[in-house]
Design a protein around this ligand. Structure first.
Ligand code: GLC
Length: 547
């Protein structure tokens, strides 16, 4: 008997077929003229997101914070920072999001808090403070100085000295972001309660920040030198992080988060941020699939953009997935150089087609649908603490965090005042309103891709099979019993011919080809990608021979 399509089973939760859109709130829409995006601004732009065709919003941190790391330094987990609004506006957002059939995912930052969090203030008050053990405090190393060679991600030692109490505290990131001690049961309980608070407010899930940093090796052993280290990689990469990330004891804590979230219903989602090689990443699904629903898969961002490299990445990832584990793909986020800068503007369109046709949940980063590139930041406007601490290596993340471009109005319609970071130079042409009027724009391509993905169930549930990776072209197939599509992408800009036994073009990255019938081969222009519906009874010669 034929299996029913996954899409018709109760197991087909929204986060399997939906597309997630990352809103970097500071740069989305300002409503009160302070140059920084806010919750009311987001509410005002929700129709743009439904028009785009995404399903869920992942919202960067909104919590009360001194903003040393732009909200990833939380001072109060259950208060909305006044810069962004208040709890009442947040409730309005949740209700408006849900009334449009969208979902909302919050950032959850379990690894550290702000140094201004009440817990840390109490913890650092004295060695005998009730919350002393909620953070990671250690005596100086044997010869004095820091306990070991561990480095902070944003430069310098990962240990800061606290003169009044005569101990060091550990921080994987900035000194103003002390690490919580999850081995302390009361601290762990308090952090789990944060999840409860926001679930009670009706959120649909969490993107869990820096989860691979949650615990460190208790032996405090030095990290070994990284033989591949070059200065351009930044000081944090000088040592291999064997004792500071991806410690096996993290998994029971993820399982506890999962149990709690699922207690609110089977459709809540838990997504984990862990930059790890594929085999290690897979452990974050949990041994009994009791970990993250979606451990973020960042490998498209670092794999060379060639047919062979991508084909082997996709194959390796698909093969490594645990049974029942759902795949996901990410092409960019607020921490990385913009997609269109990494790959070039022409390839940004091809990349969009790849991301939205691979098997698994895609996450889009705001502004990629406009084809935004990194914006050069003059030295006096740098805001990212990473760039301020380790200048000149190109590690700073401001260039990818610049404001959305909405219209030809002053400040691109983002704010009534000068924005906190500069706008893209070409904003008069790149803005969303302008692009919506232009049929060949990248924004219209994103809309078409998202609509196709919604319409063609095979793109949501179909199996993946590689068709070819040569001559600059990557070709794969998505198929289910009822339908079969080929996706063929020119990654190298020389165009090409891919052998097919006919079919019909459902979408091309270049305008004017939708509906075109193919008698046989598919001819692609330079930097073109196409999605072709294949006739079920006619397959490639190669496939027939292999069958
Ligand atoms: C994550 C966030 C990044 C932040 C860091 C520390 O990697 O994405 O923006 O700086 O965690 O919280």
């Amino acid at each position: 008997m034929m299996q029913p399509l996954l899409s018709r089973s109760a197991d087909f939760q929204w986060w399997k077929h939906g597309v997630i859109y990352q809103v970097y709130l500071r740069s989305f829409q300002d409503s009160n003229g302070d140059g920084v995006g806010d919750l009311a601004g987001l509410i005002a732009r929700l129709d743009y997101l439904t028009g785009l065709g995404v399903d869920a919003i992942w919202l960067s941190p909104i919590f009360s914070s001194p903003m040393a790391d732009f909200g990833y330094d939380v001072a109060d987990h259950t208060a909305v920072d006044p810069l962004f609004g208040d709890l009442a506006v947040f409730r309005e957002l949740v209700s408006q999001v849900h009334s449009r059939g969208l979902k909302i995912i919050l950032d959850y930052i379990p690894n550290h808090t702000s140094e201004q969090h009440a817990w840390f203030l109490e913890s650092r008050a004295s060695r005998t403070a009730a919350k002393r053990d909620w953070y990671v405090w250690r005596d100086p190393g044997p010869g004095g100085g820091a306990p070991n060679n561990w480095r902070g991600e944003f430069g310098g030692s990962a240990w800061s000295w606290d003169e009044p109490t005569g101990q060091y505290y550990y921080h994987a990131f900035l000194p103003s972001q002390p690490d919580l001690n999850w081995r302390n049961p009361a601290a762990a309980r308090a952090m789990l309660n944060v999840l409860r608070f926001w679930l009670d407010e009706g959120v649909d899930g969490f993107r869990v920040d820096a989860i691979h940093h949650l615990l460190e090796d208790e032996s405090l052993a030095d990290n070994p030198p990284n033989p591949q280290w070059r200065e351009a990689m930044g000081p944090a990469e000088q040592f291999l992080k064997v004792h500071t990330v991806d410690q096996p004891e993290v998994h029971p804590f993820i399982a506890a988060m999962r149990r709690l979230v699922e207690g609110y219903g089977a459709d809540r989602v838990l997504i984990g941020e862990a930059y790890l090689p594929i085999p290690r990443l897979m452990a974050y699904y949990g041994g009994a699939l009791d970990g993250f629903h979606l451990p973020f898969n960042f490998h498209l961002m670092t794999t060379p953009w060639t047919p062979l490299a991508l084909a082997s990445l996709i194959g390796a990832y698909e093969a490594a997935l645990p049974a029942g584990g759902w795949p996901n793909w990410v092409l960019s986020n607020h921490d990385r150089s913009r997609l269109a800068s990494r790959l070039g503007e022409d390839q940004a369109r091809v990349a969009a087609m790849l991301l939205l046709t691979l098997r698994g949940t895609p996450t889009l980063y705001q502004g990629d649908e406009l084809g935004l590139t990194d914006v050069p930041i003059p030295p006096d406007r740098v805001r990212d603490p990473w760039e301020l601490n380790v200048p000149g290596l190109g590690l700073g993340r401001d260039p990818a965090r610049t404001p959305m471009l909405w219209s030809g109005a002053p400040n691109a319609g983002f704010s009534a005042q000068a924005p906190w970071l500069p706008l893209s130079e070409g904003w008069r042409d790149l803005n969303a309103a302008r692009q919506l009027e232009r049929p060949g724009s990248i924004l219209r391509l994103y809309q078409a891709l998202l609509a196709l993905r919604r319409r063609e169930e095979v793109l949501q549930v179909g199996d993946y099979a590689l068709l070819g990776a040569a001559g600059g072209l990557l070709a794969f197939q998505r198929s289910c019993p009822e339908s079969c599509l080929a996706v063929v992408l020119d990654l190298e800009g020389s165009g090409g011919v891919f052998p097919l036994d006919g079919g019909q073009i459902l979408l091309s990255t270049l305008p004017g080809r939708v509906g075109e019938r193919l008698e046989s081969d598919l001819h692609l222009s330079p930097h073109e990608g196409a999605i072709v519906r294949r006739c079920p009874e006619r397959q490639n010669v190669g496939e027939r021979q292999n069958a």
